[in-house]
Design a protein around this ligand. Sequence first.
Ligand SMILES: *Cc1c(COP(=O)(O)O)cnc(C)c1O
Length: 387
Amino acid sequence: MPSNEFTEAHPELIKNLDSLTLQSRVVAAARPPRGEDAGINPAIELNSTFLAPGATGYGRFGNKTWSALESAIEALECGPTLVFSSGIAAISSFFSILPRGAVVTASRNGYSGTMVLLRQAEASGALEVRYVDVSDTDQVLAALNGSTMLWLESPTNPALEVADMPTIIAAAKSLNVGVAVDNTFATPLVQQPLEMGADVVIHSLTKYISGHSDVILGSISTKDSALYQRLAEVRKFHGVIPGPFETWLALRGLRTLGVRMERSQKSAMELATRLSLHPAVDRVRYPGLPTDPHHEMAKSFMRGYGAVISFDHRGGPEAADKACAASQLVAHATSLGGVESLWERRHRWSTESPTIPTNLIRLSVGIEDLEDLWRDINNALNLSLEI
Ligand SMILES: *Cc1c(COP(=O)(O)O)cnc(C)c1O
């Protein structure tokens, strides 16, 4: 199953994980070989250079801690994996290997940093971008004709639109259009894009996979060995390499992904339901809600609905800011996927897409007690309604 450079160098670290569920793989993957007094965890490899002769040679070319995390992500996404210094480093490395002038179909809403990169690539003539509403399958299928690549985020950040991934990926394949999926929001526990036929899966490991808001890291997984080699070269020669300590922390965080996701998703479902009844809330965007326009689609192929909720504040942007500043347990901060709940009005960032409402608040649901969270959110929203 695993086939990266690491596996060849360290075959003993890879167990046959195929028979395990994903919930067990997050715990069991990338463990060192068992033996008397063997450590239960991989070591942190802190060397910049290695004695000759040898396969690695230099710290920018390879690192055993990277390899351990890569083999763990490979066990979840089912494709050889490379880790990068950040999610955006993984994304920009991927865009950098597309041929000049390539036509990219991409969601009009998506992670704001990706949108910035796409707009820059358009401005410089490096790429031509067709922006689509990913939840409008006909629109996506029409745009695919003549495209080089489809860049898919589903659910989208922060609008939580869901694409018909099985249909769209199959259509792209039949047209010979490459498919790359940013799977940060869903995590491999909820959907595995390579298993659905995508060519590339990208993660901001900063979010759910690390899970503790203490690391910036990214990854790319692909079964295409030529693509893997080209991306490995970009990492090596552009130097977009992760630090060994961050990599180790990400693997440590990954161990609890299953229980964190289970709890966060359960709380998100309940909070979304309660939010939709709150007088300060106009519209809740959460694919788990039966009333959500994306619910049926999400239910048809996802194994969960994630733990990010977006909602539009009835009082407008100022009241939304007031609510975010008034919470005590939920931190007023950007990012998502950590054990601690966070919220923010997305348009406090100038890079947020114009298609996102200015009163939209994105809430990342952590693992705190549900009733404590609701008391805090309810209080903050009530305060934001007072003049
Ligand atoms: C945060 C995020 C990124 C960027 O990752 P970094 O690790 O912050 O560089 C990319 N895609 C999505 C969906 C994200 O949420």
